[in-house]
Structures are given as C-alpha cells and as structure tokens.
Design a protein around this ligand. Structure first.
Ligand SMILES: [Mg+2]
Length: 122
C-alpha cells in the first residue's frame, strides 16, 4: 500500500486503520463528535482522564500497541509525547514516511494467530 497520497493525518489514519483491519488487528479510535459550545459549533471527544491519549489502540494475537499518528510535519503535543513515552515498548509515533516499518509491523505474523482463527491444527 502506497501512502504517498496521505498528506493529512486524517488520510494517513484511514490508511493505517484499513491496513490494520486487513491484517486482522482489532482497531479502536475515539472520534470527536460535533457539539455546540457557547453557541459555536466545534468538535469534542468525550474522554475522561489525561489529555493526549494515542489516536489508535490496536490489538492482535496478544500484542497491543498504542499509536499516535501525525502528518509528515505534525508535531506531537507535550501530553502526546508523555503518553508515547509512558507506553514504553507498546507506544508508537507513526508518520507517512514510516510506512515500511508500519507495513512490517502490521502485516507480520510474529504475534500468533489472528483473533477468531484459533482453529485446531492437525
Ligand atoms: Mg494524531
């Protein structure tokens, strides 16, 4: 999959979500909802806890990764960086130029069978 066209974070995010799902990952992303605040329409995400939580929660075969996505020029906020750091080996900061690594990690079979495919093998 070529992500050369993914110039915005939203486009890039769609590519990553689609590719992850194609490869059997469970994917969660909290989308902001359109709300009116003080008479003005805006987007807010209903979350409790610390700001800056990673964009994506991905899980497959016992492996969990939390991914902050950024466009090529986007910079993570202080709290986004804090989350990635706190996630240790499970935290990722991905940009479109990281696609080769993303492809390898999401398509790799190092973490066992895909959820729902635990068929007995004889
Ligand atoms: Mg992001």
């Amino acid at each position: 999959m070529n992500t050369g066209f993914a110039e915005t974070e939203k486009e890039f995010q769609s590519c990553v979500i689609d590719f992850a799902k194609l490869n059997g990952w469970l994917v969660s992303h909290a989308r902001p909802a359109r709300v009116t605040v003080k008479g003005r329409e805006t987007y807010r995400t209903a979350l409790q806890g610390d700001a800056g939580a990673p964009d994506l929660l991905l899980a497959r075969g016992g492996k969990v990764i939390l991914v902050e996505l950024k466009s090529e020029k986007g910079k993570p906020s202080h709290m986004q960086t804090a989350w990635i750091t706190a996630c240790g080996n499970h935290g990722r900061l991905w940009r479109p130029s990281d696609w080769d690594d993303i492809f390898e990690e999401l398509s790799g079979a190092e973490c066992g069978p895909v959820a729902g495919t635990h068929a007995a093998r004889g």
